[in-house]
Design a protein around this ligand. Structure first.
Ligand code: FAD
Ligand code: EPU
Length: 340
C-alpha cells in the first residue's frame, strides 16, 4: 500500500514558497510504488501533478487532486568501449547533488549546469540549460512510465525532441509520462566549455588559468549566486519567461532606437533577444504589486517579495508581457509551468 496523505501544505514543495495545499499527496520511491499507486481509487478518480523540486511551477490555487513527489534515487555507471561513461540517475536525485557527484568522479559534461535547482527527472522536461550547455549535449536516454497504462518506455535523445527550453514532454506527450530515470553520456577527460563569456571572466577573477571541470563548476556557482535570488530566502522559479526568438527585421527595428539591445544571432537566421533587457528597458526592474515583484538584480526573474499569491505573480507576469509587447512589439512566452 502506498500511503496517500490528505490535505498537505505545498509551501515546502514549491520554490515560490506559495501557501497552497493539495487535496492528496504521495511520495514514490520506486517504479513499483508508482504502479501500486495507479491501482488506488484516489489515483483513478482525481487529476495528478508530478513534481520533483517544485522549482519550475507556479500554483495558482490549492490543488484539488493528487500531487506525486518523485523520490526515486540511485546512480549507476557503465563504462563504454570508447572510454566514455553512461551514468544513470534516479529521477528523484537532487540535480545539483548529482552534478557534484559526477564532478567528484572526474566525469565531464554537466559542470556548466551546476546549482540549477530541482531534480534529475525534470531536467529533460525543458532541456535545462545554462552557461553555454543544455542537457541535450550529453543526454543519452530516459525511462518513463505511462501515467494511464503504467507501460515502461525508453526515450532516445531524438525522441525527446529537445529544443530551447522545450521537449516532447511539454508538447505532444505533455502530462503523459512519469519519468523515472535519466541517463547521461559523460567523458572521463576534462573537456571544459568556457565559451560563455562570463565564465572566463569569473575564472580570471578566481586566478585559474587552466580550468578543470571543478573550476568551471565553481565559476558557474559564483556567477549564479551573484545574480539569482536564493529560493530559500526569496521565492522564485528562475527565469519566468523564455528569451524570445525574433526575425532580423524586428531586431533591426528595436536596434534603431536602442543601440545597446542585447541579442544573439541564431543559426536559423533569427535573433534571440535577452528578455531581461527588454523588461528592464520598459522600466520594470524592481516593479512590485500585491507582494509580487520583478527582481531588482535580474528582470527575467519574478519573485514572491511579500506573501504574494500565485494569482498575483501570474497577473504580474501578464502585465510584464503586455508592457513588453506595447513597448517593443515582442511577445514573451512563459517558461514556468502554470498549474491551475
Ligand atoms: P518541478 O518544478 O517539480 O516540475 C517542473 C515540471 O516538470 C512540471 O510540469 C512537472 O509536472 C514536471 N515533472 C517534474 N518531474 C517529473 C517527472 N519525474 N516526470 C514527469 N514530469 C515531471 N532552469 C534552467 O533550465 N536553467 C537555469 O539556469 C535555471 N535556473 C534556475 C534558478 C533558480 C533560482 C530557480 C528557482 C529555477 C531555475 N531553473 C532553471 C528552473 C528549474 O530549476 C528547472 O526547470 C528544473 O529542472 C525544475 O526541476 P524540478 O524538479 O524543480 O521540477
Ligand atoms: N539583462 C539585462 N537586464 C536584466 C537581466 C539581463 O539587461 O535585468 C541582459 C544583460 O545584458 C545580460 C543578458 O541580458 O548580459 C543575459 O542575462 P543573463 O546572462 O543573466 O541570462 P538570461 O538570458 O537572463 C538565461 C537563462 C537562465 C540561465 C542563464 C545563463 C533563459 C530563459 N534563461 O538567462 O536560465 O541560467 O541564461 O545561461 O534562457 C532559467 O531557465 O530559469 C534560467 C535561470
Amino acid at each position: 500500500m502506498i500511503p496517500v496523505q490528505n490535505k498537505v501544505d505545498l509551501k515546502p514543495y514549491n520554490t515560490f514558497g506559495l501557501e497552497v495545499t493539495t487535496r492528496y499527496f504521495a511520495e514514490i520511491f520506486s517504479e513499483s510504488d508508482f504502479i501500486a499507486l495507479q491501482q488506488t481509487d484516489v489515483y483513478k478518480t482525481t487529476r495528478h501533478l508530478i513534481i520533483g523540486g517544485g522549482s519550475n511551477i507556479l500554483l495558482l490555487n490549492d490543488f484539488d487532486g493528487l500531487v506525486i513527489k518523485n523520490c526515486i534515487k540511485g546512480i549507476t555507471s557503465t563504462a563504454q568501449a570508447d572510454g566514455s561513461l553512461l551514468v544513470k540517475a534516479g529521477a528523484g536525485e537532487v540535480w545539483h547533488d548529482f552534478v557534484l557527484f559526477t564532478i567528484e568522479k572526474g566525469w565531464a559534461g554537466l559542470e556548466n549546469l551546476s546549482l540549477i535547482p530541482g531534480c534529475v527527472g525534470a531536467s529533460p522536461m525543458q532541456n535545462i540549460g545554462a552557461y553555454g550547455v543544455e542537457i541535450k549535449d550529453c543526454f543519452y536516454e530516459l525511462e518513463a512510465l505511462h501515467v494511464k497504462t503504467g507501460e515502461k518506455r525508453i526515450f532516445s535523445k531524438q525522441e525527446c525532441r529537445f529544443g530551447y527550453r522545450e521537449s516532447i514532454f511539454k508538447q505532444e506527450e505533455k502530462g503523459n509520462y512519469f519519468i523515472t530515470s535519466v541517463t547521461f553520456a559523460l567523458k572521463r577527460e576534462a573537456v571544459t566549455n568556457t565559451s560563455y563569456g562570463a565564465i572566463n571572466d569569473e575564472l580570471n577573477k578566481m586566478g585559474v588559468q587552466q580550468p578543470g571541470i571543478r573550476d568551471v563548476s565553481q565559476a558557474v556557482i559564483n556567477i549564479r549566486r551573484s545574480k539569482l535570488p536564493d529560493p530559500l530566502i526569496t521565492g522564485n522559479a528562475g527565469s519566468f519567461f523564455k528569451n524570445p526568438e525574433v526575425n532580423k527585421e524586428v531586431y533591426e527595428r528595436i536596434r534603431e532606437k536602442h543601440e545597446n539591445v542585447v541579442a544573439y544571432p541564431l543559426s536559423n537566421g533569427k535573433v534571440k533577444l535577452a528578455a531581461g533587457w527588454l523588461i528592464e528597458n520598459c522600466g520594470l526592474k524592481g516593479y512590485e504589486r500585491h507582494g509580487a515583484a520583478v527582481h531588482a538584480k535580474q528582470a527575467l526573474v519574478l519573485i514572491n517579495k511579500q506573501n504574494a499569491t500565485g494569482k498575483a505573480i501570474y497577473e504580474l507576469s501578464a502585465f510584464v508581457m503586455q508592457t513588453v509587447f506595447d513597448t517593443f512589439g515582442v511577445e514573451l512566452e512563459r517558461e514556468v509551468n502554470i498549474i491551475t
